[in-house]
Ligand binder design. Structure first.
Ligand code: ADP
Ligand code: ZN
Length: 723
């Protein structure tokens, strides 16, 4: 039966392989054995019951605590043509009756219910007449008194289970504490069940804590390079929410507030607009987030300090459910600690003590100089297995020190002058970065002396610099966003004044070398212009079907389209998240746009190699295949992409190949390294002195300045060159 599950995964959902624990949990449920699934947000819990539901002959009941969550699931399933409905108080009577009729006819595979609806006599009577194969409890922590959103109705569900002895039970939650897990098991009588627990590390979240110095400007700087992205900004108070929402609105952002002071209608409208991509940013108190399943939240900003680590983890967890890189920034100021202390002091006894401990834990996390993931996972009783994650401020030694940016400022402003002060920042940056886009070529700006002199910085960095220059009045903005010089700017060009500032360097390493935002070539190099066009189309299709855009396709699918440029529906099917149904429904609309775009820009389609091919090879041969492809000229990055694994996995394969006495292509290793020559020599010397086989001593000897990923590459280089 697991083969059946596998083919549904590919054909219906468009995914190549199960994630860790999914396969085991699904096998368990298909065997009609109870299961408790514990995975972080975005871990992929839904498929654990949705796929069995499609295989079982009878119906699957899903108990869900929130109307918005049920609606979200049903809308998504609808786009896959999977028959699912919900019954709850939000339906009009005729809708309710219609859904009941479909259930009774046996047309429905998944029935979503609130616990209250489930307990109603007429629901119980109805369900008794049907074959129920699976009983799913979503957000199962609601059942536990120790869970943060306990719902007494959930307690009665054991009763209900007795009506359906044939039905297997699967409970799912993202709550990690053992106490809650135990409570769930007991309440649901999951005696000989098995628990499927995933790691709580959300490796796609970039974690950063910044000193809260000039919070509004820090926030504006952060948002400036994220113009089209969705995100949530958490504040301490309603007043702060309203003020910030107003400020961002004035700055031209698409933004809405959310807090308990708004009436429920306003709140649900704002939430809906956010989910449907009609509004990009929500500024909220902690009241916002429950019941939000939006997968493409690209950032979460804590403008104020959260209450404790647990709520921090929950709130940042709302970013990046789709697995794409997302940024979580917290502005940490001393006065915030004082504010929280003030509230704690109004409590007493045990409650006060607990709150004090929470604060202490949180501050420890915020002040830590170690990889952020260590204390974070430690809090949930998990040990982070690596020394570095490469996705937090501490691992990237991103600091906010004030730096001298005079040289870049001079480059930027002379480029403005060379292009006659007639363009906006985007165009100036394109010239600096040597872009060959149409506008640059049209104006012959590839002929001017400042063309391509700014390759050392990313687009984001240049954008930040332009903002800094504007803010400090070196330049100003005229009509249509055209940048013009100010006197102060001319002083810089004459060398009479230096430019200082801080930069949000989340994407950037020291020495001006760009760190790739993720290890995925697709995510780093997709065509943003095409992505925007595809997104507009997606929104149009979503509105027509009255569902959120992500129910049509997730961002990942659009990103892959804007990278592989598929020219027909078959090529489309190789992409992430494209199953048969959606291919037929939406394929033509997107292919049309891609074809026009690629023809206009003279772009070639890229082949996405099917993972299936690779899968057939056994693990023992895999390292040989990888290493041989590498020696024939494929880059490590590309190999990782092709095999759908991290670069470090490829390095492991190469190491094994080398250990077996084979050679490795040295230039390919150098190409993968982003160290300077000087750094490389330092590493080689350190390996001479310590040993090339153990990286930790080398890492320490180099004052922890060079990360493990780089050291692994250099280790291969060292060993391969000394052979
Ligand atoms: P959770 O309920 O645990 O928060 P979801 O079930 O909403 O997570 O899954 C998060 C995202 O990951 C969804 O977009 C889902 O379609 C996707 N996903 C789930 N399983 C897989 C898989 N095996 N391969 C690729 N994507 C997956
Ligand atoms: Zn880290």
């Amino acid at each position: 039966m697991i083969n059946r599950a596998q083919s549904i995964l590919k054909e219906t959902f468009g995914y190549d392989s199960f994630r860790l624990q999914q396969e085991a949990a699904i096998t368990q449920v298909l065997d009609k054995k109870d299961a408790l699934v514990i995975m972080p947000t975005g871990g992929g819990k839904s498929l654990c019951y949705q796929i069995p539901a499609m295989i079982f002959e009878g119906m699957t009941i899903v108990v869900s605590p929130l109307i918005s969550l049920m609606k979200d699931q049903v809308e998504q399933l609808r786009e896959y043509d999977i028959p699912a409905v919900y019954l709850n108080s939000s339906l009009r009577p005729e809708e309710y009756d219609y859904n009941v009729k479909r259930v009774m006819r046996g047309d429905i595979k998944l029935l979503y219910l609130a616990p209250e609806t489930l307990m109603m006599d007429r629901t119980r009577e109805m369900l008794k007449q049907l074959q129920i194969d699976c009983f799913t409890i979503d957000e199962a922590h609601c059942i536990s008194e120790w869970g943060h959103d306990f719902r007494p109705e959930y307690r009665q569900m054991t009763e209900f289970r007795k009506d359906f002895p044939e039905a297997v039970c699967i409970a799912l939650t993202a709550t990690a504490t053992p106490r809650v897990q135990e409570d769930i098991k007991q309440s649901l009588n999951l005696t000989d069940s098995e628990a499927f627990i995933s790691s709580f590390d959300r490796s796609n979240l970039f974690l950063k804590i910044a000193d809260k110095k000039d919070p509004e400007n820090q926030l504006l700087d952060f948002l400036y390079t994220r113009k089209n992205q969705s995100g949530i900004i958490y504040c301490f108070s309603r007043r702060q929410v309203d003020e910030l929402a107003y400020l961002l609105d004035q700055e031209g952002y698409s933004v809405k507030p959310y807090h308990a002071g708004l009436n429920s209608r306003e709140r649900s409208i704002n939430q809906r607009e956010f989910i449907r991509d009609d509004v990009r940013i929500i500024v909220a108190t902690i009241a916002f987030g429950m019941g939000i399943n939006k997968p493409n939240v690209r950032f979460v900003v804590h403008f104020d300090m959260p209450q404790n680590i647990e709520s921090y983890y929950q709130q940042i967890g709302r970013a990046g459910r789709d697995g794409l890189r997302s940024d979580c920034i917290l502005l940490f100021g001393y006065s915030d600690t004082q504010k929280i202390k003030y509230f704690i002091n109004q409590k007493s006894g045990n409650e006060k003590e607990v709150a004090e401990n929470h604060l202490k834990e949180l501050v420890k996390y915020l002040e830590s100089l170690d990889c952020r993931r260590k204390p974070l996972l430690d809090y949930f009783g998990e040990t982070y297995p690596n020394d570095e994650c490469g996705m937090c401020d501490n691992c990237l030694s991103v600091d906010d020190d004030v730096e001298d940016m005079t040289i870049q400022a001079q480059k930027f402003m002379s480029c403005m002058i060379k292009s006659e002060e007639s363009f906006g920042a985007g165009h100036v940056i394109d010239i600096l970065r040597g872009s060959k886009n149409q506008k640059v070529l049209e104006h012959e700006h590839d002929q001017i002396s400042t063309y391509g002199i700014g390759m050392e910085w990313s687009k984001d960095q240049w954008t930040q610099l332009s903002r800094l220059l504007l803010r400090q009045n070196y330049i100003s903005k005229g009509e249509y966003g055209v940048l013009v010089m100010e006197d102060r700017g001319h002083q810089v060009l004459k060398g009479n004044e230096n430019v200082f500032g801080t930069m949000d360097r989340t994407d950037v390493a020291i020495d001006g070398e760009t760190i790739v935002r993720t290890s995925s070539d697709v995510e780093n190099n997709y065509n943003e212009e095409l992505f925007e066009l595809l997104r507009v189309k997606r929104k149009e299709l979503a509105d027509a079907d009255d569902v959120p855009p992500y129910a049509i396709f997730p961002d990942t699918t659009l990103i892959e389209m804007a990278y592989y440029f598929p020219q027909n529906k078959d090529a489309l099917e190789a992409l992430y998240g494209v199953g048969k149904v959606k291919k037929e429904k939406f394929g033509d609309s997107f292919i049309g746009i891609i074809k026009t775009f690629t023809a206009e820009h003279d772009i070639m389609e890229r082949q996405k190699s099917l993972q299936k091919k690779i899968k057939k090879t056994t693990a023992t041969e895999k390292h040989q295949i990888v290493a041989e492809a590498f020696n024939e000229g494929e880059s490590i990055k590309l190999l990782a992409e092709e095999h759908g694994v991290k670069e470090v996995t490829i390095l492991t394969h190469l190491k094994k190949y080398l250990d077996e006495g084979n050679d490795l292509r040295l230039d390919g290793l150098l190409q993968a390294s982003s160290l300077s020559d000087r750094q490389r020599d330092q590493v080689m010397k350190a390996m001479d002195e310590k040993s090339p086989l153990m990286l930790r001593p080398v890492y320490d000897l180099l004052n922890k300045q060079i990360g493990y990923d780089e050291l692994r590459i250099m280790q291969l280089f060292y060993l391969a060159s000394k052979k």
